[in-house]
Design a protein around this ligand. Structure first.
Ligand code: BGC
Length: 755
């Protein structure tokens, strides 16, 4: 007999007899026995804090007024277990709870943040990161993660851009599907962590990058650019979808019938669960689409929001609403059915304690060494070398190295936003990583140099306000750093942002480094020493001057528990950097939006033939500082002999585009070969290029390899003005490169059906 059945006596818990029945019969039987309050309870997700369950929370569980819980990262398995025991033994029907949490880029073992994962362009490694996270999270009692976050964003002012996978629909879609499969593993297995994809839809397009602001997009842009990653996640079998806090074209996502019922359910055939974001039902009142809580609950349920996270109105309003409305009654039943179905799929009716077997309190759990080595492997693949003049990198293991900056010996911020159960005490700072890697072959000096941010008052408002600032004046910190720099053969400046600055509710009007840090870098430049800038941040920064001051620049994002080791691996050449940007770096904030896959416009700016009446800002180079897909290596690669298998493609068929990539240097290394397409003439304007394929390849010195991409009809299609997915005959450019700007070109014609 399962532990669940042992604990759940049939008299108190009728659900216990159900696992032997077929799923739909099981759910029908259970539903038939539920009171309205118990049904509404299944639609409510409450918060399980880090303390012992308060009696009132347990009481609510016992009364069937809560159906699932979202947990604090520090919630222990023992604590979750006591909730579950209450649910199965004290509630009338013994329906188990499920537990959800924000396991975004790792649980105990923290992997790079979303932008970092995406920079690896390595789907296998990303899959491993999600699998490890699932193993750890399910081992700690979780059934569901609020991830992956697949919101496309092209506005780095938005702090949450750190969580996503960048600006591109194709890359993000591939990663979205990979993450869903990685989290969920074998659906129903004990280590399967159900994925709740977020935030549906287009949260990343908030106006001005201001968090929670309005999202307003043309149908074309929505379908073409913003929706594909959610759809890819659905197609990969995601168990749940979270509504965005924002409105989409005037209707808040949580009350958006078209979004949730027409698009998600009807068009995409989504059968999983729709969960509101935190408090989103109540916020319908502030959005101005509901006059009170009752109306908010009614609109959300009617739109298809099944579970309401952290909200009181479902419980307050739905019983009365369903009493008077047959439609609401059937919507309630439909929603409860979905919740029960998900719990069934999670295996909770069979054994509600299947993910709650251990007794170890979460915060003191250590990552498995194997998981840590995976974290290091992907972290180093996620680092992007932006500049490397005069082969400043890799560094030699000799002489004196000065490591300076507020991110240099910082094992807290390196974990990034949403660090789940990642513990700074278990994370490796850059200082620690370099110390170990240099051993006694080189001297390592350290100074803080500057505080991590300039404005404590503003920063206190951010989500993560535990930064301890050095009380010394900036001039004293700077003087100490310069004294150290002058003794060194090379200076490494580890600069960037505190992790709370690239987080929810952390939008900014500037993309500059904090002022104290900029001044530090400028002063370090004046020492004349070779200067390496190691960036740790969760958004593209505007670093035009900084990139001139530094001889080498390495973008490391927030690289996780093994970040310090991984960065040391790259700085010292134990790993040859292979990361490529999943997002463009603007030159300045005024240039936004900057993304590679723009439309051509009627007056495109052509650098070789400049003229006033062209689409551009007259005071700035229109190109990004670093383009999408860009990243250097310690070796050099060349591309040659782009060939197409045909230049006349019959409709419905595919062609092969192949190219030779060669490692021309003396070090082995990996690069990412990228395929872009352009539909030259179509019924709607099509982007000047769109990523449609990529391959990460490892080549020995002097080695060359022929890479072949298949270009099929999916790659050629687009949404026309009637929002039908079609292909149109005509010419297409095929472009292959190692970034989105330097490309080899070929062309073919997609033939008409009748020819
Ligand atoms: C965020 C979600 C998150 C939820 C639960 C919300 O504020 O928008 O991304 O999953 O909180 O922590």
């Amino acid at each position: 007999m399962s532990l669940y059945l042992a604990l759940a006596s049939p008299s108190c818990c009728e659900a216990s007899a159900l696992p032997t029945m077929a799923k739909s019969t099981f759910i029908d039987n259970l539903l038939a026995r539920m009171s309205v309050t118990e049904k509404v309870g299944q639609l409510r997700m409450s918060f399980a804090g880090a303390d012992l369950p308060p009696p009132t929370a347990l009481q609510a569980v016992a009364e069937g007024r809560v159906g699932s819980m979202f947990t604090h990262p520090a919630a222990t398995q023992a604590q979750l277990r006591s909730f579950q025991e209450y649910a199965v033994t004290h509630s009338r029907l013994g329906i188990p709870l499920f537990f959800a949490g924000d396991v975004v880029h790792g649980h105990h073992t923290i992997f790079p943040i979303g932008l970092g994962l995406a920079s690896s362009w390595d789907l296998d490694a990303i899959s491993v990161s999600a699998r490890v996270a699932a193993r750890e999270a399910t081992g700690n009692g979780l059934d569901m993660t609020f991830a992956p976050m697949v919101d496309i964003s092209r506005d780095p002012r938005w702090g949450r851009i750190s969580e996503g996978f960048g600006e591109d629909p194709y890359l993000t879609s591939r990663i979205a599907a990979t993450m869903v499969r990685g989290f969920q593993g074998q659906p129903g297995a004990v280590d399967s962590l159900m994925a709740c994809v977020k935030h549906f839809a287009a949260y990343g397009a908030v106006e001005g990058g201001r968090d929670y602001n309005t999202t307003d997009l043309s149908a074309q842009r929505l379908y073409q650019d913003y929706l594909p990653p959610y759809q890819a996640a659905v197609d990969a079998g995601a168990g749940a979808m979270m509504t965005a806090l924002t409105s989409l074209n005037g209707v808040p996502a949580t009350a958006n019938r078209w979004l949730l019922r027409t698009l998600l359910r009807q068009h995409w055939s989504f059968t999983g669960l729709v969960i509101s974001d935190h408090g989103a039902v109540e916020e319908l009142i502030s959005h101005g689409v509901a006059g009170d809580g009752a109306q908010a609950a009614q609109r959300a349920l009617d739109a298809g929001t099944e579970i309401s996270m952290s909200d009181r109105y479902y419980l307050q309003a739905l019983p009365t609403l369903t009493e008077h409305s047959a439609q609401a009654r059937s919507q309630l039943d439909e929603a409860v059915r979905r919740v029960l179905s998900v719990k069934y799929d999670m295996g909770l009716f069979e054994d509600p304690f299947r993910r709650l077997q251990g007794a170890q309190p979460a915060p003191v759990q250590f990552s498995h060494p194997l998981y840590r080595s995976e974290a290091r492997a992907i972290a180093r693949r996620s680092l992007v070398l932006l500049k490397n003049d005069d082969a400043t990198l890799p560094l030699k293991r000799q002489g004196t190295v000065a490591l300076i900056g507020p991110l240099a010996d910082n094992s807290r911020d390196i974990l990034g936003s949403w660090p789940a159960n990642g513990q700074p005490s278990q994370a490796v700072s850059l200082y620690q990583g370099l110390r170990t890697a240099l051993g006694d072959r080189a001297q390592l000096l350290y100074a803080l140099g500057a505080n991590i941010h300039d404005n404590p008052t503003a920063f206190d408002l951010l989500a993560d306000n535990q930064v301890v600032l050095d009380p010394r004046p900036p001039s004293a910190l700077l003087a100490e750093a310069l004294a150290i720099a002058r003794q060194a053969d090379v200076v490494i400046a580890a600069l960037g942002e505190p992790r709370g600055m690239s987080h929810e509710g952390a939008s900014k009007t500037t993309l500059d480094l904090p002022q104290q840090q900029r001044e530090l870098l400028r002063a370090l430049k004046m020492t004349g020493k070779p200067l390496v800038l190691v960036l740790m941040n969760g958004r593209p920064l505007s670093i035009v001057e900084e990139s001139q001051w530094a001889d080498a620049v390495l973008e490391t994002w927030f690289s996780g528990s093994e970040g310090g080791n991984a960065i040391a691996d790259v700085l010292l050449g134990d790993y040859n950097p292979s990361g490529k940007l999943p997002i463009s770096f603007p030159r300045t904030v005024g240039q936004l939006p900057v993304h590679y896959n723009t439309l051509n416009t009627g007056r495109p700016f052509i650098k070789e033939r400049p003229s006033k009446y062209k689409s551009r800002y007259f005071d700035l180079d229109p190109t990004p500082l670093y383009p999408f897909g860009y990243g250097l290596s310690y070796t050099t690669f060349s591309l040659s002999s782009l060939r197409l298998s045909t230049h006349q493609l019959p409709p419905g068929q595919s062609l092969q585009a192949s190219i030779t990539v060669k490692n021309q240097g003396s070090r082995s290394g990996e690069t990412v070969v990228q395929l872009y397409l352009r539909d030259r003439v179509a019924s709607v304007s099509r982007p000047i290029k769109e990523l449609k394929g990529f391959r990460k390849v490892l080549l020995a010195p002097g080695e060359s390899r022929r890479i072949t991409f298949t270009v099929d009809q999916t790659a050629l299609g687009f949404y026309n003005q009637d929002l039908q997915w079609i292909t149109e005959p005509g010419e297409f450019d095929v472009m292959i490169g190692l970034d989105s700007q330097h490309l080899e070109h070929a062309r073919f014609e997609l033939l008409e059906a009748s020819r």
